[in-house]
Ligand binder design. Structure first.
Ligand code: ADP
Ligand code: MG
Ligand code: MG
Length: 206
């Protein structure tokens, strides 16, 4: 299991990975969207870092809630409310526990996925972040006996594969769906950012 300071470290790692992949995420959003996903996510996570410097929640849930409220107010677009809801549901699922264990991790990831689906109504195969997050939840569940680090590594691998699976798909939600068949052949930017976030969490947990 891990404690609040480990969760804070993982959030900082996530902010760092988003900053380093800002241009890539925006480039992915150019042919099928409005070329702002990297900027949106980086604005949000930069604000998260600033908030964490001034407020220090002492539980995993408290930290995830800071991420949620900051992303909701700063990211904008489609991704802001979706990621915000995901982090908020994940936070709520954890209660006021001071530690995060393997079971809690699966519950939090699943709650996050359910939040995204409740808000965006996308299913697997619609070429969205759900295509990365859904297999990640299943992988984390399947690796439950192996500890948090192994679960997150498995989740990140599954999310990478899930993100790649969006390439041949027709987008059915969000801006990319306006292109219809012309959305085929592109990696979904939100699926890519989900895979990057999970990789950052996995690397921080090693
Ligand atoms: P916007 O499209 O408003 O500019 P972003 O570019 O920040 O917002 O985010 C786009 C990403 O949001 C997409 O790549 C996709 O993964 C995700 N997305 C959009 N609509 C939905 C939805 N209804 N359900 C799940 N994910 C969605
Ligand atoms: Mg966009
Ligand atoms: Mg936009």
């Amino acid at each position: 299991s891990c404690e609040a300071s480990d969760v804070a470290e993982a959030i900082r790692a996530a902010a760092d990975v988003i900053a380093r992949h800002r241009v890539e995420l925006t480039d992915l959003d150019r042919p099928i969207g409005d070329a702002d996903h990297g900027e949106n996510m980086n604005r949000g996570f930069t604000a998260v870092l600033a908030t964490l410097d001034t407020t220090a929640p002492t539980t995993p849930a408290g930290l995830l809630k800071v991420v949620a409220t900051t992303l909701i107010s700063k990211v904008g677009g489609a991704a802001g409310p979706l990621y915000g809801t995901a982090f908020l549901r994940a936070a709520t699922s954890l209660g006021q526990e001071s530690r995060l264990d393997s079971e809690g991790l699966v519950t939090a990831l699943r709650a996050g996925l359910e939040g995204v689906v409740a808000r965006g109504r996308a299913e697997v195969g619609d070429a969205t972040m759900v295509d990365a997050l859904s297999p990640a939840v299943e992988a984390a569940e399947a690796a439950k006996g192996e500890g948090i680090a192994a679960q997150l590594a498995a989740a990140a691998d599954a999310a990478d594969e899930g993100a790649q699976s969006t390439v041949p798909l027709v987008a059915r939600k969000g801006r990319a769906s306006y292109l219809g068949e012309r959305s085929i052949g592109h990696l979904d930017p939100g699926a890519r950012s989900t895979a990057l976030l999970l990789r950052a969490f996995a690397d921080a947990a090693r």
